[in-house]
Design a binder for this molecule. Structure first.
Ligand SMILES: [Zn+2]
Ligand SMILES: [Zn+2]
Length: 263
């Protein structure tokens, strides 16, 4: 897949106009990096300078293919193949694989926070790019019949004004036209903010929180499910369970970030 740029006259004019516009905007409305405070001169990461954005810790191999978490690095050893972690071996998982781009820490955590809680919708574009760069080497996007997002309860959508996962999904679809986004899942149970809950409580609360939309045809389909952050994986696992129960042949999960392993 290539975003090869063609340097035709109109695109050059657009680029120059864009630069002039950006220059003027920077002059009158200077933007500063949310992490280090330096003045931002390019808009590619919206609220972060290039240097801070480049500190985002990407998920590296070896990792667990079932939860997407990297295993701790073994300094001095040859790279080893991905293998399932002990947590995943011990529980019932409904998704077939999980692919996350980065670790939920520092700049990536801050960027997701801006999108989720500060109404900074523009950050969806660089986040989607990060996700795509992180996972596209290991995925065949054209092989999925259905692309779904983890839905928010309508109360949350009302409160926030949008579903942040959908914003990421729309951006992904612009880069990957093969993805067929469908509102196949609904959230029928509102749950309190998860950040303060323990893993066990999360699993219990999320149970039966989702339904497959009545008009969605999932039977025998290969489904790609998108979430923003995977903390315990309880939410995406519950979505995958509902999709599998509705007859999905396979469910793979992609996410912007995954929480670091606690060990
Ligand atoms: Zn910075
Ligand atoms: Zn695992």
């Amino acid at each position: 897949m290539g975003d090869s740029e063609q340097h035709s006259a109109p695109s050059t004019i657009r680029a120059v106009t864009g630069e002039v516009f950006l220059g003027l905007k920077n002059l009158f409305l200077p933007a500063f990096c949310r992490k280090c405070g330096v003045r931002i001169l390019t808009e590619e990461n919206i609220y972060f300078c290039r240097e801070c954005w480049s500190t985002i810790e990407l998920v590296t191999e070896p990792k667990c293919p079932r939860c997407g978490r990297p295993h701790s690095r073994r300094v001095g050893f040859e790279p080893i193949e991905n293998f399932m972690c002990s947590e995943c071996s011990a529980q019932k998982l409904w998704s077939d694989s999980v692919h996350a781009a980065g670790l939920h820490a520092d700049v990536l955590r801050d960027a997701v926070h801006l999108l989720k809680f500060k109404k900074k919708r523009l950050i969806a574009a660089p986040l989607a790019r990060l996700l795509l760069d992180g996972v596209r080497g290991e995925m065949d996007f054209g092989s999925y019949d259905v692309f779904v997002t983890v839905p928010l309860h309508r109360n949350r959508v009302k409160e926030r004004g949008y579903n942040q996962v959908e914003l990421i999904a729309e951006q992904l679809c612009q880069h990957v036209p093969e993805l067929k986004l469908q509102p196949a899942l609904r959230r029928v149970k509102d749950t309190p903010s998860f950040s303060l809950l323990r893993a066990q409580e999360r699993h219990e609360l999320i149970r039966n929180a989702f339904q497959v939309a009545p008009d969605a045809n999932i039977k025998g389909k290969k489904v790609l499910l998108l979430d923003d952050v995977l903390t315990t994986g309880a939410t995406s696992n519950e979505c995958a369970r509902v999709l599998r129960r509705a007859g999905a042949q396979a469910v793979d999960v992609i996410a912007l970030a995954v929480a670091r392993r606690l060990d």
